[in-house]
Design a protein around this ligand. Structure first.
Ligand SMILES: [Mg+2]
Length: 284
């Protein structure tokens, strides 16, 4: 019997929704990608895609089984798996510790090609200090606003103070108007207003990643849930790749997952199917 590292249930659920419905586009894509994982690049956003959103960014957690799935996919894709996040690489590593995955961090500001490799700063200058100081003051609007200094960017999280949204964006615009010579852009996200230098984003990060081994020449697929992920959706066709969204409609996606839980189940199914194929090839 072939070994089944993620349990038979995951595969069964990924193949069949379980309610008698016909197999979904997701299961068709799973069957298409699984035998070719060693020629694919697996690109995954973290928050809202692999992990459920939490009240604050610090409170997210990696559910049981996910790290094993990611390790397995990294192996099956011969190293061509990367997390693609707005979080810094340091932050990503804290979340997945003790695992260290290849990643594009800081919305494309930094990149690491392999777990053991050095961080490669791609293009990004750190955010201007005076700008940071003025933006940080906006957090005083409400105790529910959480300020996060990511180095390359600054985020104002207001999940606990949703009423402050309009005023936050108004004040951020005012600060930008005071400092017109600093080219920055605003990234609106899920209850977050993030400010970063212009000139790079997740798409530029992924384009640089795709020029490097072991990613180069492979067919990528990317799963993401937020506005900032749309830049990556848009470049997938350039690489013959596929885009998947989570919880929202987006242009040009091959499939829309409902929740991170569904993404995790699909990835576990993908790994199981790829592993089964490998075992069959070895035994036949
Ligand atoms: Mg996300």
């Amino acid at each position: 019997m072939p070994s089944d590292p993620v349990g038979g249930d995951s595969l069964a659920q990924a193949r069949d929704p379980g309610d008698g419905a016909p197999s979904s586009p997701a299961s068709g894509l799973l069957a298409e990608l699984a035998p070719r994982l060693d020629r694919c690049a697996v690109l995954l956003d973290i928050d809202g895609t692999l992990l459920d959103m939490a009240a604050t960014p610090r409170e997210v957690f990696v559910p049981p089984g996910l790290a094993e799935t990611l390790r397995g996919l990294l192996h099956q894709a011969a190293g061509a798996l990367a997390l693609v996040s707005g979080r810094s690489l340091n932050d990503i590593d804290l979340i997945f510790a003790p695992d260290v995955f290849p990643a594009v961090g800081g919305h494309g500001a930094e990149m690491r090609l392999a777990g053991a490799a050095e961080t490669v700063a791609v293009t990004a200058p750190p955010l201007d200090r005076e700008l940071k100081r003025r933006l940080a003051a906006i957090a005083r609007l409400s105790p529910g606003i959480l300020l996060e200094d990511k180095g390359y960017s600054l985020a104002l999280h207001y999940r606990l103070a949703p009423h402050a949204e309009a005023e936050i964006f108004r004040q951020v615009d005012a600060v930008r108007a005071e400092l017109p010579n600093l080219p920055v852009e605003i990234l609106p996200g899920k209850f977050v207003c993030e400010i970063k230098p212009s000139g790079f984003n997740k798409a530029t990060g992924v384009m640089q990643l795709m020029q490097q081994q072991p990613f180069k020449g492979r067919r990528p697929f990317f799963i993401g849930d937020d506005v900032t992920d749309e830049s990556v959706f848009a470049i997938m066709p350039d690489f013959g790749g596929l885009a998947f969204s989570v919880g929202r409609q987006a242009m040009g996606v091959a499939h829309q997952f409902a929740t991170p839980e569904e993404v995790r189940r699909w990835l576990a199914g993908l790994l199981a199917a790829a592993g089964a194929g490998t075992n069959a090839a070895h035994s036949g």
